[in-house]
Design a protein around this ligand. Structure first.
Ligand code: ZN
Length: 192
């Protein structure tokens, strides 16, 4: 995949509590970090993400995001992520209004909009996502903040162009890439 022109490796961390599935933990992240030649973008789907910030920094993450409703102290967690030198991101599922992110945008290096519900691969892209991106992008621009919008879930060459047009800057593709006969070609198709 190093030759496949992906800009980042997006790793989904699931704890079996915040989402029903369990994915993998620190040894796997460390092993990927030791081989990956691209930055690791780690997406936490775990409760109390603030407990693990330092360990993910040590494991080699460059970007660390957590769900807004997974913690009572989002400000402190965002600030701590930045203190470790990682980029700090805040995530919301499709049923949470994008306006809930507005009070925290000044503490974010990026924001992640789920375009499916976090926790399972292979779900169908939710079409409301375009409007959510536009609303969020308008507020980010109004505040004059350099905060890119990342979109995760059901992203493929079929919707990548429209997502970028709506204001997304980072696209996460799982099934579209990993289930393709030619993953590199799918990534290339999404980047034009
Ligand atoms: Zn993710």
């Amino acid at each position: 995949m190093v030759n496949a022109h992906a800009d980042l490796f997006h790793l989904d961390i699931m704890d079996g509590v915040f989402v029903p599935n369990i994915s993998y933990g620190f040894p796997v992240v460390e092993a990927i970090a030791s081989k990956a030649e691209k930055p690791l973008d780690v997406h936490l789907m775990i409760v109390q993400p603030e407990k693990y910030i330092d360990r993910f920094a040590k494991a080699g993450a460059s970007m660390l995001s957590f769900h807004l409703n997974a913690t009572d102290e989002p400000e402190q967690a965002l600030m701590r992520i930045r203190e470790t030198g990682m980029k700090a991101g805040l995530v919301i599922n499709p049923d949470i209004p994008v306006e809930n992110l507005f009070p925290f945008l000044h503490l974010c290096d990026y924001v992640l909009l789920m375009s499916v519900f976090a926790g399972f691969g292979g779900q169908k892209f939710i079409e409301d996502t375009y409007g959510r991106i536009r609303t969020l992008k308008a507020e980010i621009d109004r505040l004059g903040l350099p905060v890119p919008i990342e979109v995760d879930g059901g992203v493929s060459p079929a919707n990548a162009g429209a997502l970028v047009e709506a204001g997304a800057e980072i696209l996460v593709a799982g099934s579209a890439v990993f289930k393709a006969d030619d993953p590199a070609q799918v990534i290339a198709a999404m980047k034009v």
